[in-house]
Design a protein around this ligand. Structure first.
Ligand SMILES: Cc1cc2nc3c(=O)[nH]c(=O)nc-3n(C[C@H](O)[C@H](O)[C@H](O)COP(=O)(O)OP(=O)(O)OC[C@H]3O[C@@H](n4cnc5c(N)ncnc54)[C@H](O)[C@@H]3O)c2cc1C
Length: 479
C-alpha cells in the first residue's frame, strides 16, 4: 500500500524546505521530495539558493573581498603584506564546504521536525478522492499519496537560444561559481543582480570584466539616484559596463591551444564590436521550472512563462495543490519563497498566513552593497504621490570613516502629508544589514519621525538611517 502523507512538498529549496518544516510544526505528517545531487550523487537539499545561488555566491564574494582588501586597502591601515597569492581551488573548496554545511543543516532540520525526506524526482501521477498520487523516482522509487501538495520546484537560468550553456566556456550561475582559475578576460551578458555579483567576484580576483547589458539604463528597478551612485563606484573599480547593447552571434573558437568566446555586439550608437573573452557568463534572468513534474496529470495550470498559476495566497488552479517561490509569480528571492512557504503551511492548517509583498527587501551583495525596500522615487513620481525625501551620505558617518568605507548613502522617502515611510534605498557598507530596520519600520507603518526619534548606537552605520530620517524633515545633525 502507498504511504499517505497529509502534505507532500516537491522541492527542498528555501520555499519547499521551510514549508515542510512549518507544516510539520503545525502537526501535519509531511514528506519533502528533492532531486538535487551533490558531487557524490547524494542528497543536497536547499535548492538553487544553497547549491548554486545565494550561499555559494556570498561565500565567494566574501573570499574575493578579503583578497581585494589585502591587495588594495590593508596598506591604508598601515598593514603591509608582501607576496599575496591566490589559491582558487582552495577558495572554491571553502565555498563547497559552506554549501555542504547548509545541505547537512537542512537534513538535520528535517529529522528534528520529523519531515520524511525523499531523494529523487517527484512527478504527479493521478488525483482522486484519496488524494494526489506522486511518483518518486530516485535510488529507491516508490509511489506515495498526498492529501495536499506544495509545489516548490524553483527556477533555472535562462539560456540564450543561440548560445546554450556548456558550463565550460558559456556559463550559467552554476558554472560561474566553480571556475577553476581566474580567467584573464571575463564577459558577462546581463547586468542584473546575479551578473553584478559574479562579475564582482572575478574582477576582485584579477579578471578583466566586461558587462554587456541590453537595457539602456543601469539597474532599472533600483532608485535612480542610488543606481547612479553604484555605477560610479563600479566604474571606479574597473568593471566595464556597456548599456543599450544588442548582442549578436556568439562563437566558441580555438585560438592555438586556447579556447575563447567571441561575442559580436552593437553598442548603443549602433556601432559593431567584437568582444573576445576566456569565459562568458550569461545572466539574463531565470525561468520557472516544472521539468519532470508532470503537471498535466492533475490539470495544474501554467502561464505563458511556464510559471504555476497561483492566486494571492499561493492556491493553484487545483484545490489541494499550492505553489510557492520561484516557480510562481513575484520576485525570485529566497526570502520571498520562504515567506510564501510559511504562509502556505499556516493556511493548510486553517490559520491566516500572510506575506506583505510591499515590504520584501532586495539586496545586491556587491561592494558597495545595494539594498532597498518599498517604492523608488521614480515610482512615486509616476504614481503622482506627494512625498518628501531625505538623504545622508556615509561620508559623514563616523563608523564608515573608521571602517574606511564611505561610499554611498541612505535615502528615505516618506509621504508628504502623513510622513509614513514609503521606501528606503541604500548604497554603501553593510546595506544588506541596515535594510532590516527599514523593513521593520515599514511593516509597522512607521513615519520617518519614528526612526528619527529612536536612539541608534554610536558609532554605527545605522546612524545614517536615523540621519536620513532627520533629513526628510530637513534637520540632519551631522551633515
Ligand atoms: C547566483 C545566484 C545568487 C542568488 N542570490 C540570492 C540572494 O542573495 N538572495 C536571495 O534572496 N535570492 C538569491 N537568489 C535567488 C534564490 O536562489 C531563489 O529565489 C530561491 O532559491 C528560490 O527558492 P525556491 O525554493 O523557489 O526554488 P529553488 O531554490 O530553485 O529550489 C527548487 C528545488 O526543487 C527541486 N526540484 C525541482 N523539480 C523537482 C521535482 N520534480 N522533483 C524533486 N525535486 C525537484 C530542485 O532540485 C531544487 O532543489 C540567487 C540566485 C542565484 C542563481
Amino acid at each position: 500500500m502507498n504511504k499517505t502523507f497529509d502534505v507532500v512538498v516537491i522541492g527542498a529549496g528555501p520555499g519547499g524546505y521551510i514549508a515542510a518544516i512549518r507544516a510539520a510544526q503545525l502537526g501535519m505528517n509531511v514528506a519533502c521530495i528533492d532531486e538535487w545531487k551533490n558531487a557524490a550523487g547524494g542528497p543536497a537539499p536547499g535548492g538553487t539558493c544553497t547549491n548554486v545561488g545565494c550561499i555559494p555566491s556570498k561565500a565567494l564574494l566574501q573570499s574575493s573581498e578579503h583578497f581585494e582588501q589585502a591587495n588594495h586597502h590593508f596598506a591604508d591601515h598601515g598593514i603591509d603584506i608582501k607576496g599575496i597569492s591566490l589559491d582558487v581551488e582552495r577558495m572554491v573548496g571553502r565555498k563547497d564546504a559552506v554549501v555542504k554545511q547548509n545541505n547537512e543543516g537542512i537534513l538535520y532540520l528535517f529529522k528534528k521536525n520529523k519531515v520524511t525526506f525523499m531523494h529523487g524526482r517527484g512527478s504527479f501521477v493521478s488525483s482522486g478522492p484519496e488524494g494526489f498520487g506522486i511518483q518518486v523516482s530516485g535510488a529507491n522509487s516508490e509511489q506515495i499519496t498526498a492529501k495536499q501538495v506544495v509545489v516548490a520546484t524553483g527556477s533555472n537560468a535562462r539560456a540564450l537560444a543561440s548560445a546554450p550553456f556548456d558550463e565550460e566556456h558559456i556559463l550559467s550561475n552554476d558554472g560561474a561559481l566553480r571556475i577553476g582559475a581566474v580567467p584573464k578576460r571575463l564577459g558577462l551578458i546581463g547586468s542584473g543582480v546575479i551578473g553584478l555579483e559574479m562579475g564582482s567576484v572575478w574582477r576582485r580576483l584579477g579578471a578583466e570584466v566586461t558587462v554587456l547589458e541590453g537595457l539602456p539604463t543601469f539597474l532599472g528597478a533600483v532608485d535612480e539616484q542610488i543606481a547612479k551612485e553604484a555605477k560610479k563606484a563600479f566604474d571606479k573599480q574597473g568593471l566595464k559596463i556597456e548599456l543599450g547593447v544588442q548582442v549578436g552571434e556568439i562563437q566558441v573558437a580555438k585560438k592555438g591551444k586556447h579556447t575563447e568566446v567571441h561575442v559580436a555586439y552593437k553598442n548603443a550608437k549602433g556601432e559593431s564590436f567584437a568582444l573576445e573573452v576566456d569565459k562568458l557568463i550569461v545572466s539574463i534572468g531565470r525561468v520557472p521550472n516544472t521539468v519532470g513534474l508532470n503537471p498535466e496529470a492533475v490539470g495544474l495550470k501554467l502561464d505563458e512563462r511556464g510559471a504555476v498559476v497561483v492566486d494571492e495566497e499561493c492556491r493553484t488552479s487545483v484545490p489541494g495543490i499550492w505553489a510557492v517561490g520561484d516557480v510562481v509569480r513575484g520576485p525570485m528571492l529566497a526570502h520571498k519563497a520562504e515567506e510564501e512557504g510559511v504562509a502556505v503551511a499556516e493556511r493548510m492548517a486553517g490559520q491566516h498566513g500572510h506575506v506583505n509583498f510591499n515590504t520584501i527587501p532586495w539586496v545586491i551583495y556587491t561592494s558597495p552593497e545595494i539594498a532597498w525596500v518599498g517604492q523608488t522615487e521614480q515610482q512615486l513620481k509616476a504614481s503622482g504621490r506627494a512625498y518628501k525625501a531625505g538623504t545622508f551620505p556615509f561620508l559623514a558617518n563616523g563608523r564608515a570613516r573608521a571602517l574606511g568605507d564611505t561610499t554611498g548613502m541612505v535615502k528615505m522617502l516618506a509621504d508628504a502629508v502623513t510622513d509614513e515611510i514609503l521606501g528606503v534605498h541604500i548604497v554603501g557598507p553593510m546595506a544588506s544589514e541596515l535594510i532590516a530596520e527599514c523593513v521593520m519600520a515599514m511593516e509597522f507603518r512607521a513615519s520617518s519621525e519614528d526612526i528619527a526619534r529612536i536612539c541608534h548606537a554610536h558609532p554605527s552605520l545605522s546612524e545614517s538611517t536615523k540621519e536620513a530620517a532627520l533629513a526628510v524633515d530637513k534637520r540632519t545633525l551631522n551633515f
